[in-house]
Design a protein around this ligand. Structure first.
Ligand code: ZN
Length: 490
């Protein structure tokens, strides 16, 4: 038994905080993964930093987890609709590559970003394209059970036959049926009905296509998550996560088809957790809305990925977070101060569980008080901003011994994943701008630039080049323009 607070999580099913206890020894955790048709942007990172925090919280409580994240490489139509082209096929045509190349390239980019953000790898990353026969079998069973109907455009799930349809979204079914969210599909009985199978139109051969009882075509987008999660985690499992946009449609449909398929009267998944959006200028970042910054863009601006992780964790996962460059830069400054403060305490111990932390704390009452604070924060629906506050307070607290500080930093970092035990100060220095230079530094640079200009006038190219490379070593780049040389910091 571990001591400490009961873990409480906000369950979207019922919209309330609930005590979380694993139903059996280990927790099955499924997170909706990326559609690999373009580079993931900063908003796409938030669900995975969130589910990573959840995993760290479960580890802290001594609860083993099996985590599955799907890779959507087929079936996701543009505009999340039931008809229309597949996102990957559109991307392949645009980039003159095969769909396999597109999937491989953007899957790799996703993994690179996950690693840079110190997100722990999942146990499985099933690609949808590897589970199409299982999806066909799943849809066939729904058809046998009478939950579906056929149209020329595919096989549809009849949501009027699903008694609890829309509970997760608190949907007013009649309202949704009259709503404008859904596109017009010829012959569809209710607007909330969705495609399990999308049959290809005559004369419009798809690139990714499989034969099925409903003709050649591809699976509907919602099917893969039900099928792959059950295949890898069992029929019922404990936690399903995703972005809050999934709460209204994708997860509603996953639940409807899964509970119809299982037919055992039990809720399919016990806990549904959703992270809020990252917001730029008041609008959520969706991939379809045009180019938005990627992690690589931040890195090019001198922002370390751990600073972006800290920026995300500085807000609670259920609050919208406004993205600003100033906000990320300020997170980097906080990270820099933390690293500078933690360096003399290294090496840090590895302390991943409350149990291990308690035994290291011994009978140090100050250390124990901080452990209680941090435990209370993570137990209260993953309150990462409070853990950060406790960490900062502990580092300033004269009542805490050095070994106590070492323990609290190790514990906070096991939960926050900021790599405080290993980051080098120079990694989080960021790029200086000319405005940060002292007057002396500026006049020194300008003297060297003037000497180079003089060397060029004298056609002493060797000396001019020599000065240019010396300046570059100092991080100064000189460009010759019609108005004379200008310099900037690299
Ligand atoms: Zn999903």
């Amino acid at each position: 038994m571990t001591s400490g607070q009961q873990l409480r999580l906000y369950n979207s099913l019922g919209r309330r905080l609930e005590d979380f206890t694993p139903s059996e020894g280990s927790v099955g955790l499924y997170s909706c993964g990326p559609t690999v048709y373009s580079y993931p942007h900063l908003g796409n990172m938030r669900p995975y930093v969130f589910s990573d925090t959840l995993r760290r919280a479960l580890r802290w409580k001594g609860i083993p987890v099996r985590h599955v994240v799907n890779i959507t490489d087929v079936g996701h139509a543009v505009a999340d609709s039931d008809t229309g082209e597949d996102k990957l096929e559109v991307a392949a045509a645009r980039e003159l590559r095969s769909v396999e190349e597109i999937a491989a390239m953007y899957t790799r980019a996703f993994f690179e970003d996950m690693a840079a953000l110190n997100v722990m790898p999942a146990d499985d990353y099933p690609p949808a394209s590897a589970y199409v026969p299982e999806m066909i079998a799943f849809a066939s069973r729904l058809e046998d059970l009478g939950f579906t109907y056929r149209l020329p455009s595919g096989l549809y799930f009849d949501t009027s036959k699903s008694p609890g349809y829309g509970t997760l979204a608190l949907l007013d079914i009649e309202g949704q049926r009259e709503g404008e969210r859904v596109e017009l599909v010829e012959g569809r009985r209710h607007k909330s009905d969705f495609a399990l199978w999308r049959t290809e139109e005559a004369g419009k051969r798809r690139v990714m296509r499989w034969d099925s009882p409903w003709g050649w075509g591809a699976p509907g987008w919602h099917l893969e998550c039900s099928v792959m999660s059950m295949a890898l985690l069992g029929d019922h499992f404990d936690i399903h996560t995703g972005g809050i946009d999934h709460r209204q449609l994708h997860h509603v449909n996953e639940i409807a088809q899964s509970e119809a398929y299982l037919g055992d009267g039990r809720p399919w998944v016990r806990f549904w957790l959703h992270n809020e959006f990252l917001v730029i200028d008041g609008s959520k970042i969706a991939k379809s809305s045009g180019p938005v910054p990627r992690l690589a863009d931040l890195v090019a601006m001198g922002i370390h990925p751990m600073a972006y992780r800290l920026f995300l964790l500085g807000g609670h996962y259920r609050s919208q977070l406004d993205f600003t460059l100033a906000g990320v830069e300020s997170a980097q400054a906080t990270l820099r101060r933390l690293v500078a403060r933690v360096m003399p305490l290294r090496p840090l111990p590895v302390v991943e569980t409350r149990e291990a932390a308690d035994s290291l704390a011994g009978d140090d009452p100050t250390a124990k008080a901080y452990l209680d604070q941090i435990d209370a924060a993570i137990s209260a629906d993953l309150a990462t901003p409070k853990i950060l506050a406790s960490l900062q307070e502990s580092l300033r607290d004269p009542a805490l011994t050095e070994s106590g500080q070492r323990l609290i930093v190790a514990v906070a970092d096991a939960l926050l994943g900021l790599r405080l035990g290993e980051l080098e100060l120079r990694e989080v220095e960021g790029r200086r701008s000319a405005a940060d230079l002292s007057a002396d530094e500026v006049s020194q640079i300008e003297r060297r630039v003037a000497e180079r200009t003089q060397a060029r006038k004298e056609r002493d190219w060797a000396r001019a080049d020599q000065i240019r490379s010396e300046l570059e070593e100092l991080g100064v780049q000189v460009t010759d323009t019609p108005a004379g040389p200008v310099w900037e910091l690299l």
